[in-house]
Design a protein around this ligand. Structure first.
Ligand code: NAD
Ligand code: IPM
Ligand code: MN
Length: 358
């Protein structure tokens, strides 16, 4: 077996509730396959601000640097969402750790389990067979450009900025992935209006020449948002900037049935970081009803991408599939055909997946 150090950062709200199950799944895999995973825990977000005044304490960052992979939950608290004047905010912790670890590529697979065809608000015949892999650029764009607020507080701006090398490296990663899939890549931008997008398109066109076996398409973000719902099957790999990727993948969660189903892998220069795409979900936090599958599927991505444990990763995905086939559902993926006593909370659902792992 392999020996690995994993840092777990549950964060805030449902992050705490779901990450416990991602971790339990990793522990079960270690036991079943005779690996040694040692776990450390780190704080980030609102809980870290409460404890230290800092959304990303140095101690958490140090633990991150010395781990082999990181499993993250979610950060965020209603207090900050309701008060835009607060200077220290949970989200700063997440943005900083992404930047510090050089996690420039955020892979967001949109894979619909057949069992969930009825859970989405989109018609089953439109959805069946949908399988998209998003590459969201994660350390550039309007997220990291200069922010200005004038002294009179009446004007504000965020600079949307991309450098050639940033577009090149995410484009290459996306093309490499497209080669192992259906060999189609769609690059999404707003090049008809934005200069940063014109650079983006220019660079993707150049990188495309290195991948003549992959069919390249360029699409404007507004059209992409529409096509995604109209005909999700037309997409294979999608590569886009930080902001557009953030928005498009929340939309695309409806192709997989729910925000509670979407896992992600943030990779780049060093330690891989695995996180559901969803947030701390104040509306359901503390109720024990959040879907733990996004965290469990993030653990599956961690096993595959950071540890190269493909069999173990597939085993986790099969256990999720089996659980869904047995009819077990959290609220967010229940539908009119789901029998009442098969609708369960976070812990019961997580426990079913564990049973299916053994
Ligand atoms: P959200 O993703 O937290 O929730 C959006 C909707 O999806 C809510 O109705 C929620 O109940 C539902 N949902 C999300 N995850 C679910 C799950 N696992 N099971 C069932 N339902 C689920 O987005 P929001 O409400 O816009 O933001 C809430 C807070 O989270 C904010 O403070 C925001 O900044 C933060 N946030 C953090 C992250 C992150 O840590 N990566 C991502 C998005 C938002
Ligand atoms: C996500 C979140 C974050 C983002 C926020 C919380 C900073 O929405 O991980 O998708 O916008 O990247
Ligand atoms: Mn988001």
């Amino acid at each position: 077996g392999v020996e690995k150090k994993i840092l777990v950062i549950p964060g805030d709200g449902i992050g705490q509730e779901v990450t416990a199950w991602g971790q339990k799944v990793l522990m079960a895999i270690a036991q079943n396959y005779h690996h040694t995973f040692t776990f450390e825990e780190g704080i980030m977000g609102h809980v870290a601000i409460e404890a230290t005044g800092n959304p990303l304490p140095d101690e958490t960052l140090e633990k991150a640097r010395r781990s082999d992979a990181i499993l993250f939950g979610a950060i965020g608290h209603a207090k900050y969402d309701n008060d835009p004047t607060l200077k220290v905010r949970p989200e700063q912790g997440l943005l900083k750790i992404r930047k510090e670890l050089g996690l420039y590529a955020n892979l967001r697979p949109i894979k619909l389990f057949d069992e969930l065809l009825e859970a989405s608000s989109i018609k089953p015949e439109i959805l069946r067979g949908a399988d998209i892999l998003f590459f969201r650029e994660l350390t550039g764009d309007v997220y990291f450009g200069e922010k200005i607020r004038t002294a009179d507080r009446n004007t504000a701006s965020d600079l949307m900025i991309y450098h050639r090398y940033e577009v090149e490296r995410i484009a290459r990663k996306a093309y490499e992935a497209a080669r192992t899939r259906r060999k189609k890549l769609c690059s999404v931008d707003k090049a008809n209006v934005l200069e940063a997008s014109r650079l983006w398109r220019e660079v993707v066109q150049e990188v495309a020449k290195e991948y003549p076996d992959v069919e390249t398409e360029h699409m404007f973000i507004d059209n992409a948002a529409m096509q995604l719902i109209k005909d999700p099957k037309r997409f294979d790999v999608v590569v886009t900037g930080n902001l557009f990727g953030d928005i498009l993948t929340d939309e695309a969660s409806q192709i997989a049935g729910s925000m509670g189903m979407l896992a992600s892998a943030s990779v780049g220069d060093s330690t891989g970081f695995y996180e559901p795409i969803h947030g701390s979900a104040h509306d359901i936090a503390g109720k024990g009803i959040a879907n733990p599958l996004a965290s469990i599927l993030s653990a599956a991505l961690l096993l595959d991408i950071s540890f190269g444990l493909k069999t173990e990763s597939q085993r986790v995905i099969k256990a999720v599939e089996a659980t869904l086939r047995q009819g077990f559902r959290t609220m967010d993926i229940a539908n009119k055909h789901t029998v009442n006593d098969c609708i369960m909370g976070t812990d019961a659902m997580g426990a079913k997946v564990l049973e299916n792992l053994n």
